[in-house]
Design a protein around this ligand. Structure first.
Ligand SMILES: [Fe+2]
Ligand SMILES: [Fe+2]
Length: 246
């Protein structure tokens, strides 16, 4: 589920099929004319080179199972972006780089966040792992030269979301929680269905699922996840069938 509880994440699975499929140059999976809509440069050799460089970096900094999760998030983010008329290249970049700092030590996360003068909530300080999202955006900028603020925001918000976040950020937030490696529980199946229909509704319901998970385990709840949930709830399509309450 959403990464407010993913610091105890054990959902990753080894799946060579996914890895093999996602190793294709990501540009080749994007509809040829899709990138023209937003004015972003069409998928090019450069983006493939960047992707290779990121994957080589990830191979040194995260376990193989995490890399497979990342590649599944990249693929699902592309698919959701295409579904909702969002730039798939931006979705691919954010998906591929969303977990760059996932395995940074807590002290390093805190030091990098403070050096960047990020405003830290007490829940961040008590659970520095939550900072891997914000620190991941710093790594994407400094290590890979990403300066597209939309992409950096999608990386920053992939764990807790953020009220007012863009559709691109919604897509990456949802792809991280709902990629196929997370499982096939009825709740996940329903959330994937929601993500096809209405991004706000899917964000709201994904937050609800994460909040239930945290409450059931007596874990701290970051206030930003509650704010994200309330924001998405206000914008969600209420005409759709109401979710099943457990
Ligand atoms: Fe993450
Ligand atoms: Fe992730």
């Amino acid at each position: 589920m959403s990464e407010s509880n993913k610091h105890l994440d054990s959902h990753d699975t080894t799946d060579a099929k996914h890895l093999k499929a996602a190793k294709q140059p990501v540009g080749l999976t994007i509809a040829p004319d899709a990138s023209h809509r937003s004015g972003v440069v069409a998928p090019s050799l450069l983006s493939i080179e960047l992707r290779d460089r990121v994957i080589q970096w990830l191979q040194k900094h995260v376990p193989a199972s995490r890399l497979q999760h990342i590649l599944r998030v990249e693929q699902m983010a592309i698919e959701l972006a295409q579904r909702h008329d969002i730039d798939p290249l931006q979705a691919a970049q954010a998906g591929l780089m969303h977990d760059l700092a996932k395995f940074f030590k807590p002290q390093r996360l805190l030091e990098m966040a403070r050096a960047e003068r990020l405003v830290l909530d007490p829940v961040d300080v008590a659970n520095p792992h939550l900072l891997h999202a914000a620190v991941g955006a710093i790594v994407a900028r400094d290590e890979f030269g990403i300066h597209d603020e939309s992409v950096l925001d999608a990386i920053r918000h992939h764990t807790l979301g953020c009220p007012g976040m863009s559709s691109l950020s919604c897509v990456v937030f949802l792809a991280d929680s709902l990629e196929p490696g997370r499982g096939d529980t009825p709740e996940l199946v329903a959330l994937r269905e929601s993500s096809q229909q209405n991004l706000y509704r899917a964000v709201w319901l994904t937050c609800d699922e994460s909040l239930r998970h945290l409450l059931s385990r007596a874990q701290q709840i970051h206030p930003r996840m509650v704010q994200t949930r309330n924001w998405a709830l206000a914008l969600a399509d209420k005409k759709l069938p109401q979710p099943r309450i457990r």
